[in-house]
Design a protein around this ligand. Sequence first.
Ligand SMILES: Nc1nc2c(c(=O)[nH]1)N[C@H]1C(S)=C(S)[C@@H](COP(=O)(O)O)O[C@H]1N2
Ligand SMILES: [Mo]
Length: 316
Amino acid sequence: MPAYRAPFIKSSEITSRSLYMKRRQFMTGAIAAGLSGSLASSANAALNAKQSSYIVNDKITPKEDATTYNNYYEFGTSKSDPAAYSGDFKPQPWKIRIDGMVKKPMEFDLQDLMARMPLEERIYRFRCVEAWSMVVPWTGFMLSELLKQVEPLGSAKFVAFQTVLRPEEMPGVGGFAPVLDWPYREGLRLDEAMHPLTIMAVGIYGDVLPNQNGAPIRLVVPWKYGFKSIKSIERITLVDSQPVTAWNVSAPGEYGFYSNVNPERDHPRWSQAQERVLGAGGGFFGGTGKRDTEKFNGYGDEVASLYAGMDLQVNY
Ligand SMILES: Nc1nc2c(c(=O)[nH]1)N[C@H]1C(S)=C(S)[C@@H](COP(=O)(O)O)O[C@H]1N2
Ligand SMILES: [Mo]
């Protein structure tokens, strides 16, 4: 292992980011000018989101990489399967139900919800447990804003999430030996769910989510391994005990409930000390395309206090 080096931001990377921001400003301008009218309902509608201050200065992953190299086992286990086989999935119309230990259980129509929630664009690091990573602009809103509307009861301690299950639209579901115990399920502690970094994303790269990235609405928790960021959510339930999660059921020794990004705790079958950055693989200008993985994926200042006093080797 190489010694730790502080991340070095090349001027070319800074340039690509500011170019991206300019393009975003242009899109926002186009919307303000009323050019977006019919776009709003089309499949690649530009979303009218304000630029958030939650950004990182890392080079943004090419959209092509983030939308063709995916994990979404409902559509197959190869990285290219979700983009290739999610064409029949119908993300509209969509309802999302929030129930359990709340004062006001509710069912939201996603279009209504998106019109009401203040959408913002955030640039987050995203680290898969398989030791690859990307940096992508998500459009969404804070999960806390959604949960506040249903008024969690004092007894609620965890939040359980569930992906829609539609075997007829999801060719990776079913068969004699299902890869996971469907539906895909995930969970967070209530304080993690209420953290300002935790968002519900409805877009990526300024457009609505493509099916392979979790259309029409998915979770994004940037300090945890990617599998916590559950896709195409149809149900959220507040509960008082730690919920069952799909990967933990499948391999409890490998995938814990917390799954905070942690270079100090290796996966039983591979090191978590470094990550391969999507789209940065040792090209003409050299470099390995790798970087050292940061604890909490670099979000330690914001989230480390959530785990004060906890042994993160035990609570992996
Ligand atoms: N429903 C569902 N959600 C899921 C998955 C999945 O297989 N099914 N894969 C997870 C994993 S392992 C990762 S790394 C991310 C990938 O998100 P992306 O395709 O947008 O990069 O989605 C997560 N959410
Ligand atoms: Mo992942």
